[in-house]
Write a protein that binds this ligand. Structure first.
Ligand SMILES: N[C@@H](CCC(=O)N[C@@H](CS)C(=O)NCC(=O)O)C(=O)O
Length: 204
């Protein structure tokens, strides 16, 4: 089994954190040089037409793209500790928050990075600064929402750590990299951030 990734980037980090939380090791990691455009070569696109990392290659040669789908594979093969919920209600709440933080943080910060900053440099074939700035606002609005939600619960999707916490942490660190910090008034979000950042998996 092999994971294609570029270690410095946020979506591959989500998978590494997920694996660390599960205690899964022994997987080969192959670096794909995203800043040099290796993910857009015909050779890589034959594996993943989306031209993104991470990408999981199974032992039978099948490829699984998309961070959440890769996580689902490992959740099914190694159910404990559960990171995607146990009961129907827990699973639905985690899916709901996973979608919200993926869209409102990861995707919003990604749009800011690619459109309103130099992004991937020469690889950026189209940039729309106004759209990028709109997404910066969207990321901060999501932080505000999470700050309110976290006033009366410990983790993003409930009282148990889940994949939604991993996605939100990687999204907020991506925002930090893009110089979008957690506003000082968002004390609940900061408390959650400090707590989740101190888990050993955060360094994976
Ligand atoms: N929806 C994809 C997004 C993956 C993604 O955007 N990965 C980034 C690295 S963090 C990438 O490969 N970017 C390449 C590019 O923007 O050209 C997922 O969940 O895996």
């Amino acid at each position: 089994m092999k994971i294609y990734e570029y270690q410095a980037f946020p979506n591959p980090r989500r998978v590494r954190m997920f694996l660390a939380e599960k205690g899964i090791d022994g997987i080969t990691f192959e670096q794909v040089n995203v800043p040099e455009g290796e993910h857009r070569t015909d050779a890589f696109k034959a594996k993943n037409p989306s031209a993104t990392v991470p990408l999981l290659e199974l032992d039978d040669g099948a490829y699984i793209g998309e961070t959440t789908a890769i996580s689902r594979y490992f959740e099914t093969v190694h159910p404990e500790p559960a990171l995607m919920g146990r009961t129907p209600k827990e699973q639905a709440a985690i899916d709901m928050w996973q979608r919200r933080v993926e869209d409102g943080l990861m995707n919003a910060v990604g749009a800011y990075f690619h459109h309103a900053t130099p992004g991937l440099g020469a690889l950026e074939s189209y940039q729309n600064k106004e759209w990028g700035e709109k997404n910066r606002e969207r990321a901060i609005a999501t932080m505000h929402w999470l700050d309110q939600e976290l006033a009366d619960r410990q983790f993003i999707a409930g009282e148990r750590f889940s994949i939604a916490d991993i996605t939100a942490l990687c999204g907020i660190d991506y925002a930090k990299f893009c110089e979008i910090g957690i506003p000082p008034a968002y004390t609940n979000l900061q408390r959650w951030y400090d707590q989740v950042s101190s888990r050993p998996s955060a360094g994976a």
